[in-house]
Design a protein around this ligand. Structure first.
Ligand SMILES: [Zn+2]
Length: 443
C-alpha cells in the first residue's frame, strides 16, 4: 500500500509540480503511514474514550467522551461501556468528498473503493449525476452503517444538446446503456419553463438527495444554443435555474450546479442554489488539457475569474463551493486567484475531486500544497464543512453531545502538521469501531 503522498507523485507526472512540492516541503511524510485496518463486521458498542485530544472546531481540547447508542454523550460512562485509551491521539470528525463519480454499482468496484475511502478517513461522499435505473442497487451498497455514506442526485438537468449528454451517448454507443438512459435517464434536456414544469415530477422522483444542474458559459447561452460547434459545451438556460431551485426546495431537495465561468458562478449564487460543485475555470491550467467547443469571447482565463463582489455574495448566501482543482491549485493562476477570493470572503470551500478513479486525498493535498490555507482552514474544510455540505440534516462534522459518534484518531496534531490527517490510528462510525491500527507488512 502506497502512502497518499507517493500516490500523488505518481499520478501527477508534471515535473514542475514535483519541483514545487519538494520546494515547499509542506507535506513531508512520504515514507508512508500504515493505513488502518478496515473491519466491515464491526458491531455497535457503547464506549468510553479516554485520554484523547478533541477538535472543538478551533483547537484541540483534552477530555474523555461517552458513546451511547451511536451518539456522543457528555454523560458518564455507560455501564456496559468498553473503555478505549486514545493514548493522547488527536480526534477529528471523519472527512468528506463532495464531488466524485465512482460510487456506482454499475462499475463493480464498490468493495475496493469503499475500503480505500474509509482507510483514508473519508466517510461521506456525494455523487452528482446518476443513472436512475441503476441507482437503487448503488443505494443498497451504501446502506450498511459500516460502509461509506453517499448522497446522490438523479439525472442532471441541462439544455438540449447540453453537457453531459455526450457521456450518456458514449455509453449507448458502447452498448452499455440504451437510448432511454439518455434524455429522461442520465440527463434531462430541458428547453423552456413549460417543459421544466411538465417534466418536474419525474425529475424530482428520480432524485434521492439533490438535483444536479448544469451551467456552461451561460453568459453566451443564446448563441451557444444555436451553435452546432457548442454542442455539449452549453447547459441549462440560466433563466430557468431559479425556477428549478423553487421546485426542488418545495420538494425538500437541494440543488447542485456545475459551472465553468465566473458568470455561471454569479448566476448560480443569484438563483439560490445550495452547492456549486466546481471552481470557475477548474479546467484551465491543467497541463495538456485541450478545451473543446468555442472559446468564450473574453478568453478562458478572463471568463473564469471571479471578483471580490462575487465571492462576498456567495459567502452571504451560505453556498458551498467544491474545489475540483486537483493538483492545479498549485500552478494555475486562475485557480489561485479564485481560491484566494473565496477564502478572503469567507465562502464555505469544500473538498471535491470530480474523479472516477480512487483519489480520495489528492484534492486536500493539493489545497495544502497551494500554500493558500492555514492548517485550521484545511482541517475545517475536510472534516467539518465538506461532510456538513453533503448531509446538512445530519448531526455530523462536530464532536459534541448529541452528535453522531463518528471520529478519526490521528497520530499527531494536524494544526501543527497537516500531514497528520494521513496518519489514522482508529476510526469509529456511529459507535462501530470500523478502523483499527494498521499492521506493518512483514518482510
Ligand atoms: Zn463531475
Amino acid at each position: 500500500m502506497k502512502s497518499p503522498c507517493q500516490r500523488n507523485f505518481q499520478q501527477n507526472q508534471s515535473a514542475a509540480l514535483v519541483g514545487i512540492v519538494v520546494a515547499l516541503g509542506v507535506i513531508t511524510a512520504c515514507s508512508g503511514p500504515v493505513p488502518p485496518t478496515y473491519n466491515p463486521g464491526a458491531g455497535p458498542e457503547n464506549l468510553y474514550l479516554t485520554n484523547g485530544q478533541w477538535f472543538d472546531g478551533n483547537r484541540f481540547v483534552q477530555r474523555d467522551f461517552s458513546v451511547i447508542d451511536g451518539y456522543f454523550s457528555d454523560g458518564p460512562a455507560p455501564d456496559d461501556a468498553r473503555y478505549i485509551d486514545l493514548d493522547g491521539g488527536f480526534v477529528v470528525p471523519p472527512f468528506g468528498e463532495a464531488h466524485q463519480h465512482n460510487i456506482d454499482a454499475d462499475n463493480g468496484r464498490f468493495e475496493i473503493l469503499n475500503q480505500a475511502y474509509l482507510q483514508a478517513g473519508v466517510f461521506y461522499l456525494r455523487n452528482p449525476n446518476n443513472l436512475p435505473r441503476t441507482l437503487p442497487r448503488t443505494i443498497e451498497l451504501v446502506a450498511s452503517v459500516t460502509t461509506i455514506d453517499a448522497a446522490f442526485s438523479g439525472g442532471g438537468v441541462t439544455g438540449p444538446g447540453g453537457h453531459p449528454v455526450q457521456i450518456a451517448k458514449r455509453n449507448v454507443s458502447r452498448g452499455a446503456w440504451t437510448r432511454q438512459d439518455v434524455d429522461g435517464g442520465f440527463v434531462y434536456e430541458i428547453d423552456d419553463r413549460a417543459e421544466l414544469e411538465a417534466r418536474w415530477p419525474m425529475i424530482s422522483a428520480a432524485a434521492p438527495d439533490f438535483i444536479k444542474t448544469y451551467l456552461l458559459y451561460s453568459e453566451e447561452y443564446a448563441a451557444r444554443a444555436e451553435d452546432e460547434a457548442a454542442k455539449y459545451w452549453r447547459g441549462l438556460d440560466p433563466s430557468l435555474l431559479h425556477r428549478v431551485v423553487e421546485l426542488a426546495h418545495a420538494d425538500g431537495l437541494r440543488v447542485s450546479t456545475h459551472i465553468e465561468s465566473a458568470a455561471d458562478f454569479r448566476t448560480a449564487v443569484a438563483a439560490g442554489v445550495d452547492d456549486i460543485i466546481h471552481m470557475p475555470g477548474f479546467r484551465t491550467g491543467i497541463p495538456g488539457f485541450r478545451h473543446e467547443g468555442p472559446e468564450p469571447a473574453s478568453g478562458y482565463a478572463a471568463a473564469a475569474e471571479i471578483t471580490a463582489t462575487d465571492a462576498e455574495a456567495a459567502a452571504a448566501s451560505g453556498i458551498n463551493v467544491a474545489t475540483t482543482v486537483a493538483a492545479w491549485a498549485i500552478l494555475a493562476p486562475t485557480a489561485r486567484h479564485n481560491l484566494r477570493m473565496l477564502r478572503d470572503a469567507g465562502v464555505k470551500i469544500v473538498v471535491g475531486t470530480d474523479r472516477y478513479e480512487e483519489t480520495a486525498t489528492d484534492e486536500i493535498e493539493s489545497l495544502a500544497l497551494s500554500g493558500l490555507f492555514s492548517e485550521l482552514d484545511l482541517l475545517r474544510m475536510w472534516a467539518v464543512d465538506t461532510p456538513m455540505s453533503i448531509f446538512p440534516d445530519r448531526k455530523i462534522g462536530r464532536l459534541a453531545d448529541g452528535y453522531e459518534a463518528s471520529l478519526l484518531v490521528l497520530d499527531g496534531n494536524p494544526l501543527e502538521d497537516i500531514d497528520a490527517i494521513f496518519r489514522i490510528r482508529l476510526g469509529i462510525k456511529q459507535g462501530h469501531v470500523i478502523l483499527t491500527p494498521g499492521q506493518h507488512a512483514e518482510n
